[in-house]
Ligand binder design. Structure first.
Ligand SMILES: [Mg+2]
Ligand SMILES: [Zn+2]
Length: 241
């Protein structure tokens, strides 16, 4: 066992990057934006909506290269490079990403900014370009997860985080503390799974913060709640803690 270790978990959209990578890419084609939003309103899982969007991009001749160029323009959240360098320079920390985006998008953004080597794991929806150049994405959770917190069928971040902690433990890494940084409703379940001594960092002006402050009873947050806003404040937090 290796005591005293800290796991720092980053969400991707509106956390590591300062926008949402899926709509960011769909903006390449108005038809894809419209059709995906209609599908979404009818209750289709977001991953399936995005697969439809990728098919429309492909049919209209938008290439892998154009998608890559578009993703290279998505802004990182303020001070994110410094924050990640600071965190990964501490030998007690491991840094991971848990995201409902996809592996292709995250790899493109991280490698463009020289951040690829900083993460112990990137847990997201697996994606690849097929031989024809179509971007294919599939569910991270291949087996139904039955989460009572209404996580989407493709991904329960609470389950993913708990599984990561268990697997790490069985490999001899026991985390004394978990810090989870996120913004959205997809991060709620993972934050509620944190224990006393852990930290949930929720972005001001986004839904996670409201959900955590209004959660009660069985679903009450046990971890310490820290608000963040621009990203400069995240860097300050880690510099001083
Ligand atoms: Mg997010
Ligand atoms: Zn869940």
């Amino acid at each position: 066992m290796n005591p005293g270790r800290c796991l720092v978990v980053f969400d991707f959209d509106h956390t590591l990057v300062d926008d949402n990578s899926d709509p960011w890419v769909l903006q390449l084609l108005r038809k894809a934006e419209l059709e995906v939003s209609t599908m979404r309103r009818s209750g289709t899982c977001w991953t399936d909506c995005m697969q439809r969007g990728f098919r429309l991009l492909h049919q209209s001749g938008i290439t892998r290269e154009t998608i890559r160029e578009r993703l290279e323009l998505i802004p990182l959240t303020n001070s994110m490079k410094q924050t990640l360098h600071l965190l990964s320079s501490h030998p007690r920390n491991d840094v991971i990403i848990i995201s409902d985006s996809n592996s292709v998008f995250i790899d493109i953004v991280l490698s463009h900014h020289g951040l690829s080597g900083m993460f112990k794991a990137i847990l997201t929806n697996p994606a690849h370009f097929d031989a024809d150049g179509l971007l294919c994405v599939s569910y991270h959770c291949r087996i139904p997860h039955h989460c009572h917190r209404r996580c989407p069928p493709n991904m329960c971040k609470g389950l993913i985080l708990q599984r990561f902690l268990q697997e790490s433990k069985s490999e001899g890494t026991c985390y004394e503390k978990v810090v989870y940084i996120g913004d959205g409703r997809g991060d709620f379940c993972a934050c509620l799974g944190l224990g006393r001594g852990d930290v949930a960092m929720a972005r001001k002006g986004y839904s996670l913060l409201d959900m955590l402050t209004s959660a009660s009873g069985h679903d009450e947050l046990k971890a310490e709640l820290v608000e963040w806003s621009s990203g400069d404040d995240l860097l300050k937090f880690f510099e001083t803690s």
